[in-house]
Design a protein around this ligand. Structure first.
Ligand code: ZN
Length: 481
């Protein structure tokens, strides 16, 4: 099945995408060179020249310390050699891991890169999601300060997250992940041999991050119908096409690491990043499943543990979200709802949030950071009473629209298993106990201003303990229904 929108077609791609409903007309998009093919590594010169980098412009190559291979070669050394051979003077900026052994997207790393920038340089990042986000955001801050636009090329080293082509950067602020406005790269290089030789777990994680759409698109649509988010457009769904069918058809090839499957996955991931960017929101690909995952990360960070691979954790959180949706769609009855009791007191929620996150951060900084975002959502909820009553009246029409954007939890689980992904939280690295997953499932809505299905369970006064038990039982025990 060919993609309706193939990012590797570049000009033709943008021409078609511009016709989609919801395209932000008049907006300038610097991402104009996407090369997704075998041996793309040897076309770096062409790519840099295309985006206007002169031969005499010094290049800053941003990377971390992770050893990477491409066939027999050391990948990073090869990239540097190709650039030097093409005549460029290349400096490197190496991002060091923190005490957890990992590099995180945080301000110290972003500033480390930014300090190395100057108006005559061009930037090449060689890495996966985190390295890309750090380099991208450093360029963005520099551009903003200097009123310039540094040429920036992303050399994607794994099909691991849908972030390479996004104009946003998820960044740790006070220990909590926040999505900051950032910029597009000018060029994206997906060398299929590099993607094939990346650790298999990273490819699996990339599939996991895509599976998020089966919860996030439903959340976004629900938010739109409730009046909680006006940014909704059908663009991301149209752009990405039938993600489930594409993944099911290509599962075996993805598992075997064929170059064709690497190209397909790279393209879907690219479309995901572009879908978010054109919507000016991560919402189309980041809903309840992402906040659950962020709350799992928050617990690991507080305990000084490393973080599980983002997309893999997302896939498992998506299964939980899909189970929650199934229960909601089956059981929600607008006639049984007491609308008056759907508005928790702000003071009560503030106390509840501080109390909830206190064990993770006794200074209450994380709790206050969560409240500062949550209160925006709660205030908004109080102002959309009219949309809410329309929502209740129109539920019979809304329900199938929401349902068609989700999938049964067991289907998501088997799609992920088909590419070699784990199906249980205990199989993640580091593994999670039920109590931690329960904490994330129940409290995820408290960390973000973004509306998700999780908010409705709180505002509609559901028995969330009972809900959790049912979700856990449906998704993590052997007898999956
Ligand atoms: Zn993600």
């Amino acid at each position: 099945m060919p993609l309706a929108y193939d990012p590797a077609e570049n000009e033709r791609f943008w021409e078609k995408v511009r016709q989609l409903p919801g395209f932000p007309q008049g907006e300038e998009i610097c991402l104009r060179y996407m090369l997704i093919e075998s041996n793309a590594i040897y076309r770096l010169k062409e790519a840099l020249t295309y985006i206007g980098v002169r031969d005499d412009q010094p290049l800053l190559a941003v990377m971390d310390t992770t050893p990477m291979r491409r066939g027999e070669d050391d990948l990073k050394a090869l990239v540097l050699a190709v650039l030097q051979h093409a005549g460029w003077e290349v400096e490197t900026c190496v991002l060091e891991p923190d005490s957890s052994g990992q590099v995180h997207t945080d301000m110290p790393h972003i500033l480390q890169v930014k300090e190395r920038l100057s108006p005559e340089k061009a930037v090449v990042s060689v890495g996966s999601g985190v390295v890309t986000d750090i380099a991208k955001h450093a360029c963005y801050l520099f551009d903003q300060e200097q009123g310039t636009h540094l040429p920036y090329l992303v050399y994607q080293t794994a099909n691991s997250v849908s972030a390479y082509t996004s104009n946003m950067a998820p960044t740790l602020i006070e220990g909590v992940k926040r999505t900051l406005a950032s910029r597009y790269p000018d060029a994206l290089i997906c060398d299929l041999e590099t993607l094939r030789d990346a650790p298999r777990e990273m490819t699996i994680a990339g599939v996991g991050d895509l599976l998020a759409v089966f919860v996030s698109m439903a959340d976004w649509y629900l938010a739109y119908r409730l009046g909680m988010d006006e940014t909704y457009t059908p663009l991301p769904e149209l752009l990405m096409g039938p993600v489930d069918e594409l993944l099911i058809q290509n599962a075996e090839e993805i598992r075997n690491g064929s170059l064709e499957a690497m190209a397909l996955l790279a393209k879907l991931i690219t479309l995901g990043g572009i879908a978010m960017s054109l919507s000016h929101a991560t919402a189309p690909l980041s809903g309840f499943e992402h906040i659950v995952s962020h709350t799992l990360d928050l617990q690991n960070e507080a305990r000084g543990k490393s973080l599980a691979l983002h997309g893999t954790q997302i896939a498992l959180a998506t299964v939980l979200g899909a189970a929650a949706y199934r229960i909601f769609l089956e059981q929600f009855d607008p006639h049984q709802l007491n609308c008056e009791s759907c508005y928790p007191e702000p003071e009560k929620m503030h106390r509840f949030i501080l109390q909830t996150f206190h064990p993770l951060d006794p200074t209450n900084r994380a709790g206050e950071e969560c409240w500062s975002d949550y209160r925006i959502k709660l205030e908004k909820w109080h102002t959309v009473k009219e949309s809410f009553s329309n929502f209740l009246l129109q539920w019979d029409e809304i329900r199938p629209e929401v349902a068609k954007r989700t999938r049964p939890p067991q289907q998501i689980r088997s799609m992920f298993a088909a590419v070699g992904g784990p199906t249980r939280f205990s199989e993640l690295e580091p593994p999670f106990e039920e109590v931690e997953v329960r904490f994330a499932f129940l409290n995820a809505p408290l960390i973000r201003k973004r509306f998700t299905i999780g908010d409705l369970f709180i505002w509609f006064n559901w028995d969330r303990e009972a809900l959790w038990r049912k979700v856990w039982e449906t998704t993590q025990t052997n007898h999956v229904r």
